[in-house]
Design a protein around this ligand. Sequence first.
Ligand SMILES: Cc1ncc(COP(=O)(O)O)c(C=O)c1O
Length: 384
Amino acid sequence: MKIETRAIHAGRRIDPATGAVTPPIHLSTTFERSPSGEYPLGFSYSREDNPNRRALEQCLAEVEGGTQALVFSSGLAVAAALVQGLEPGDHILAPEDVYWGLRKVIGEVFGKWGLATTYGDMTDLAALRAAVQENTRLIWVETPSNPLMKITDLAAVAALAREAAPKAITVCDGTFATPVLQRPLDCGIDMVCHSTTKYISGHSDVVGGVLIRRHDNYLFERARRAQHYGGAVPSPFDCWLSLRGIDTLPYRVRAHSENALRVARYLQGHKSVERVHYPGLEDHPGHAIAARQMEAFGGMLSFQVRGGRDEAMGVAARCRLFIRATSLGGAHSLIEHRASVEGPQTKTPQNLLRVSVGLEHPDDLIADLEQALQQLAPQYLAAG
Ligand SMILES: Cc1ncc(COP(=O)(O)O)c(C=O)c1O
């Protein structure tokens, strides 16, 4: 079945008690045993499993093309469960521009775990190969990356890992692309994770995360234990909201992608814009790989205005339709000065703004950027 159909039907069934088409929310924390002490319907206690969570996990596994999924209370709870599954002394390879929260998980939450981590450029396969160590157990990729929208060749990384680091598990954070645009498991990657907070839930009203496996592996099983006994589980209502969001995921993601391409082309031609980072633009260094590995190029982009931090902040301040807020993947368009969020150690250029292109009409979005950019100081307007 095609993804549009799986997005609506996978994990769902007509409620046998009422005939309800939309699933009920099961708030019960506990489930009845039979007189013989069994749990005939398979549920005992809601931290370990509950009907809404099971439906969401089945749906996400099918939509991603994996064999099983585990949902967590946030995207970072997935990362924490995976890192926690490593042994002290293990080595992690991760992208230098990885979502900054992963660095916090590795360095600050598991700082005492004795893990070694190399942050490198995942688009440079020779450097990646050279960074592999005998104790490398986790190879983390994120594509498109945040906020420079770098593209990693997933099939090449999976092949390299099989050959050079056979004991390592490869994990792709596919949050920006979603299963609609990119299928890392089909490229040979072992597991995919998403912050379901973003496109998957899609309405900026629930925080969550998912881990999906292609095949049985020990890190997935350890993550399952972390989910059951570590307790970072989503509530039944969170699961219900996410599942409701998935109904429209394929159509939303295509509309986000169309809007983003329009906005990116507009920005590319603007004299106050120094550079646009969007894999759908032909001059993006990862364009050829993205065109091969993605169905469309997604709703995220970033751009550098002429000038520095003040000019970038000024553009964001003048926006009327784009909302100055973090996160991504919802219906509203958002704009963010990323270096401010990432703090003093950031390598993100100070003149860069990251945009989550929403589902408004692209003409209105472009008009908003036009009025915000027109008021840049005259020396920058002249520079183009
Ligand atoms: C690419 C990526 N991965 C993971 C996360 C973390 O997800 P959450 O905020 O749901 O914990 C984020 C959050 O912004 C993200 O952008």
